[in-house]
Design a protein around this ligand. Structure first.
Ligand code: DP6
Length: 362
């Protein structure tokens, strides 16, 4: 058994996973350990060339403990969420053999071998740009490849979900729905693809990074406080979201942009209303975020039908979705007018105002 021998070998896998942006938001858990949500959610997975995580995972008999480096800094893997993902994956690992390199790892050996993980986000971490979604999805996907886990994407999504709820949606491209499920053990709380990347490929997503600072209230603690204190979240989960999910699925199927924009903006606004309804209130958006909303609302009203949708996650950064490249170009021109750049950089990533960076992620 090579896994227990003194042989010096190392087996590694590298994967890249894009982040996803929810257009019908997940906010609130019914089970904190298994990460089971109180409502379904729908997201769009971004182009992997832009906001994504790259993760390399390695296993070797020389490793004496599980270790992880995130953006060059060592972080602990001892947290319950990482451990849950590792346990689930190790229990599903299969025999692996590479005769040429003389490596043979049996199912049982996977339990004893330690892993090293190196992960890098090409965008600000924990700034409300769903870094945990890309990060945990990439970790689960790359470890599953390394450990020869023979499960389909939906099963892997249920494992990624235990790392971070929104991560389960990053296992698929295009439009993705996270079904909240009914089972107590979470077996039916999985992600499914509603439409692939090609279905609506003229949409252009622009991220306006208003601040790349880490947020003060994490999504995890923010949604816990909302569940405990907000009367509005109950109404949202029971009455509002179920109807919006049905409508959004239809709107995506038909590629009906005005209806898509109306639903996306309304859901973002209600999510932030729930945050304000929480005790103590949570303020994820700032003045610049509000100004961006006003700018988009004015433009949409002026045009007579929505040209751009906005949505904000747990942070001040705006995700702007335009109908097509023409609308995106006009939007960028408008943003440049209202938030003039302070430094000369290229059009794909430039600084406007104090800390604002626009990045064309389309
Ligand atoms: C506002 O998935 O980061 O982005 O499950 O506690 O890790 P945990 O939370 P997380 O929450 C994301 C919340 C959101 C909305 C969404 O992505 O649906």
């Amino acid at each position: 058994m090579a896994a227990e021998s003194s042989e010096k070998w190392i087996l590694n896998v590298t994967a890249q996973t894009p982040t996803n942006i929810a257009v019908i938001k997940y906010w609130g858990k019914r089970d904190e350990d298994l990460i089971l949500p109180i409502n379904d959610s729908i997201s769009v997975t971004l182009d992997p060339n832009h906001l994504c995580t790259t993760t390399s995972v390695a296993v070797s008999p020389a490793f004496t403990q599980d270790r992880m480096w995130l953006n060059g800094k060592e972080v602990s893997l001892s947290g319950g969420r990482y451990q849950n993902c590792l346990r689930e994956l190790r229990s599903r690992a299969s025999d692996f053999e590479d005769e040429k390199k003389g490596i043979k790892i049996t199912k049982k050996n996977w339990e004893k071998l330690h892993v090293h993980v190196v992960s890098y986000n090409n965008f600000p971490t924990a700034a409300g740009l769903a870094s945990s979604a890309a990060g945990l999805a990439c970790l689960v996907f790359s470890l599953a490849k390394l450990m020869n886990v023979k499960e389909d994407h939906s099963k892997l999504s249920a494992i990624a979900r235990q790392g971070s709820g929104s991560a389960c949606r990053s296992l698929y491209g295009g439009f993705v729905k996270w079904i909240m499920g009914k089972e107590e053990n979470g077996s039916d709380s999985i992600a499914v693809q509603l439409a692939d990347e090609k279905h609506w490929d003229d949409l252009v997503i622009i991220i306006a990074v208003v601040s790349s600072r880490q947020k003060e209230t994490s999504s995890t603690s923010g949604m816990r406080d909302s569940v405990e204190t907000s009367p509005l979240i109950k109404h949202r989960a029971k009455e509002v979201v179920p109807k919006r999910i049905i409508e959004m699925e239809e709107v995506i199927r038909k590629r009906d942009f005005p209806a898509f924009a109306r639903l996306t903006c309304a859901d973002s606004n209600q999510f932030h209303a729930v945050c304000l309804d929480t005790l103590p209130p949570i303020f994820y958006m700032n003045d610049t975020s509000h100004r961006i909303i006003s700018c988009v609302e004015k433009w949409n009203r002026h045009e007579g039908s929505p040209q751009v949708a906005y949505t904000f996650d747990a942070g001040p950064n705006a995700v702007l979705i335009s109908h097509n490249r023409k609308a995106a170009t006009l939007l960028l021109q408008r943003l440049l007018f209202y938030f003039p750049p302070k430094s000369d950089t290229d059009l794909n990533s430039y600084v406007i105002g104090d800390k604002t960076i626009l990045k064309d992620a389309g």
